[in-house]
Design a protein around this ligand. Sequence first.
Ligand code: FAD
Length: 450
Amino acid sequence: MMEHTLRDIFKERAFFEPADLFCYSRDAVPCLEGMPDAVVQPKTKKEVKSLVEAAKKEGWNLIPRGRGTGTFGGAVPVEGGIIVDFAHMNRIEEVNKTRHYVRVQPGCSISHIDTTLARAGLQLPVIPWSSPGASIGGFVATNGVGLGSYQYGRIKQQVLDMTVITGNGDEFSLGSVTEYTPGYNLCELFVGSEGTLGFITSILLTSINKQNQTVVSAFFGSFEDTLACVQEVALTDLCPYTIIYDDATTFDFVREVTLGNPAATIDRNKRNSSGYLLMVFQQFGEQEKCTLESIVRHYNSHLNIGGISAGLWKNLSSFLPKVYRVGMISFEDTFVPVDCVFDVALRCWEKADELSVRMFMGGYVASRRTLVLFPGMVVNERDEEEVKRVKVAKDEIIKITLEHGGGISALGGDKVGYLCGYPARRKVMQDIKDVFDPCHIMNRGKLGLR
Ligand SMILES: Cc1cc2nc3c(=O)[nH]c(=O)nc-3n(C[C@H](O)[C@H](O)[C@H](O)COP(=O)(O)OP(=O)(O)OC[C@H]3O[C@@H](n4cnc5c(N)ncnc54)[C@H](O)[C@@H]3O)c2cc1C
């Protein structure tokens, strides 16, 4: 029945062979796995609507998927179901230079949007580190944060409007071409809903004029000083596009990986021995230079403008895809209050030692009050014991973060236990899901909801 209906709607874009299904059984990190019953690749909204109607009748579970670069199992079929892969809904529908917006389909890769905008002298204000692979639909559905967030906020601040097809089969737009839409903020409700309320089928995003970038950096005698310096920068009026920080283990690891060394290792003895701060500015003048020079001097460092900083930035931007040559990387991006980040890092290092996990530490600054701490862990996927230890480490990192008043990004299928600590919030979320998805066909089990 399922196969017949799906072939009828999607023709050669419906897949049932185990080898095809296997490719959709996980996302970028080995945390969750599950085989779907089928995969479909819609090209039009009409096809999505027909699928929703059939799923309502038959009680199928529909799992939206962008490019599967998520790290929390959001697009993984934990209890079977049909993967709805948006790879073919990948058009840029309109670039409007006067109104500073771009209208895209959800399956567009973020770097494709950015390259197209660059030709018109524009850029997206905020992009994730995974932009060469990630889709804009996935970035919006997880309320992503990334490069540019220090200056421009999260992706929710960039979404002006979206068209959605809900789990009830209704299609409507949630915002407008201006930022001003009265009443409940439905756009924000769908941003971050992780495919549990409906399908995002079109997105209207703000764009900004393409900016020149000045890259500056400073190296410090300890990771602790590096983080203290971040705190001081956050207290000033400076507004860099992005601030990145790393400990010495990450610095060495990045260098080895970018030099192409497949045996790159993490020397945990070097952790607090040094660290660095890299800042990208879209406007960098005498005032920025003087303020920063006086801050870094206080920590016995000096400011590098361009030169070595630009080289470091180039390596960092291309580091994450290359790192997969060394091994699978598992990471937990946690949001930590700016003044506790060193304590959280210390506790994470202790846990990594206790569990014999290979961890490197760094991150970026999400806003004046919040740092994204990024404990990355190298995992040999063939070593079952190591995979188990890394899973325990991930849970411990979340626990440590929450104890310090921090938060986590998306929940997906991996962190559903999180909402157990907030029963009232979970109930309201389920009530909201029931309105948009009364037959419970949308990404069942994710966020811990039916
Ligand atoms: C190396 C690396 C670096 C990363 N850096 C960042 C970063 O800087 N910032 C950040 O926020 N994340 C980052 N991530 C996580 C991930 O890349 C992002 O969450 C990304 O935006 C997900 O996009 P995707 O297309 O791969 O989505 P998927 O993984 O396919 O899906 C993610 C979620 O979105 C839902 N979804 C997808 N498309 C739709 C749709 N059309 N309608 C409704 N729901 C939909 C899915 O059901 C799922 O719940 C990183 C991941 C890796 C591996």
